[in-house]
Design a protein around this ligand. Structure first.
Ligand code: PMP
Length: 427
């Protein structure tokens, strides 16, 4: 019996399912979740002291690895000044300046406390700006748990086998039009018919919540084009991809300019932070400048801003993303070679430091249906066998994996070796 098992039983007494966010409960893979006692660099440690090489990184934020000394020092210094003021601080100005510098499509930015708040607020703003109610999203993309966006969503929703949530009024869900990711014809057709009724398109420009699926050539360009033609706001949800696939996010990597961008995860360096921003003309509609209301008691919190700002500083070092991307390629190429050698049918996707492993013999995975068709049982077997060997992957076949700057050559090689052993058992 592990210490995590004990703790999981205790947690379930007063926490629904024993967790404060559903995918953590390991429902998608079965078994007990690993409780984390502490973490350092690329490793997390359970209460028994067992060490795992971590490819979840708190679901994306820990791009520098856990407990990075410079981030911890910056936070330790700032907490002595007080934890929250609910009044402006200069660190918020520094954060806004830095975000606008790194993501040039953002001219004004508002900080919030989660990715969900960021996307929810961006949608409200797009609706307020255009005076339209309908929104377009893509099946398998996850944009947080606000009502309008919990329709055919990805990530935890897919893991739990519930594409849409009870509690979302049908009258509201009707305004959410869900299209197929990477289906250019369907987008064009929809916009030819009703484009002028649509407030915004919200998209993960690299999808990371139906495993990792890059945009097909021309897909993001098509979204930009139909939005331009119909006065629709294009929102890139870069909560996962921002400061992760490249310093400038997907928009920097593929050189496509959205009207609004949502951010989260890395921007908080592990603290609860999100942000939304974009074109000045649209952002000026937000209160107190404009009539679209949005607010937050802890928004721009100084401790959170400090962790985020220090993280952004450290990832801005020249060569940071080249190194990280190369390390990620090495990892997934190594795993693929082991699968091939053992005769296990598998394929991979990668954009920057985001990766996906798919158990399928049907070739590259480029859309939601193909991701859903992958061998879930094989994934579960792989996941648990890797966990046993001290490799912590996301406990769901529908989540992207993340490599951090703290993962060393030894960690990568140890992971590839572990995968090789597991594939031989599976073959
Ligand atoms: N958008 C995307 C693309 C995400 O991946 C997530 C979270 N995984 C969210 C929004 C919601 O962010 P949060 O969990 O911080 O509310």
């Amino acid at each position: 019996m592990t210490a995590s098992h004990d703790r999981f039983i205790q947690a379930q007494q007063h926490i629904p399912g024993g967790v404060n966010s559903p995918v953590r409960a390991f429902k998608g893979v079965g078994g007990d979740p690993v409780f984390v006692d502490h973490a350092s660099g690329p490793y997390i440690y359970d209460p028994d002291g067992k060490r795992y090489i971590d490819y979840v990184g708190s679901w994306g934020p820990m791009i520098l690895g856990h407990a990075h000394p410079q981030v911890l020092d910056a936070v330790s210094d700032v907490i002595k000044k007080g934890l929250s003021f609910g009044a402006p601080t200069t660190i918020e100005t520094s954060m806004a300046n830095r975000v606008c510098e790194l993501v040039p499509s953002i001219e004004l930015v508002r900080m919030v406390s989660s990715g969900t708040e960021a996307t929810m607020s961006a949608i409200r703003l797009a609706r307020g700006y255009t005076g339209r109610d309908k929104i377009v999203k893509f099946e398998g993309c996850y944009h947080g748990h606000s009502d309008s966006l919990l329709v055919k969503a990805g990530s935890g929703m897919l893991t739990l086998g519930e594409p849409s949530s009870p509690g979302v009024p049908a009258a509201l869900a009707e305004f959410t039009i869900t299209l197929n990711y990477n289906d250019i014809d369907q987008v064009k057709h929809t916009f030819a018919e009703i484009g002028e009724q649509i407030a915004c398109i919200i998209v993960e420009p690299v999808a990371g919540n139906m495993n990792c699926i890059p945009p097909a050539p021309g897909f993001l360009e098509c979204l930009r084009e139909v939005c331009d033609q119909t006065g629709t706001v294009l929102i890139f949800d870069e909560v996962m991809t921002g400061f992760r696939v490249a310093l400038g996010g997907v928009q920097g990597l593929y050189n496509i300019t959205p009207d609004l961008t949502t951010l989260g995860k890395v921007i908080g360096g592990g603290m609860p932070v999100g942000a939304f921003g974009g074109k000045r003309e649209i952002m000026e509609k937000i209160s107190p400048l404009g009539p679209v209301y949005q607010a937050g008691t802890l928004s721009g919190n100084p401790v959170a801003m400090t962790a985020g700002l220090k993280t952004l500083e450290l990832i801005s070092v020249p060569g940071f993303f080249e190194d990280l991307t190369q390390r990620t390629t090495q990892l997934i190429d190594g795993i693929q070679a082991e699968a091939d050698a053992a005769g296990v049918a598998m394929t991979t996707n990668q954009v920057g430091a985001m990766f996906g492993l798919f158990f399928t013999d049907a070739g590259k995975v480029t859309n939601f249906a193909q991701s859903m068709a992958c061998q879930q049982e094989q994934f579960k077997t792989f996941f648990h066998a890797m966990l046993e060997q001290g490799i912590y992957l996301a406990p769901s076949a529908f989540e992207a994996g993340f490599v951090s700057a703290a993962h060393t050559q030894d960690d990568i090689q140890a992971t590839i070796q572990a995968a090789g052993k597991v594939f031989k058992q599976m073959a």
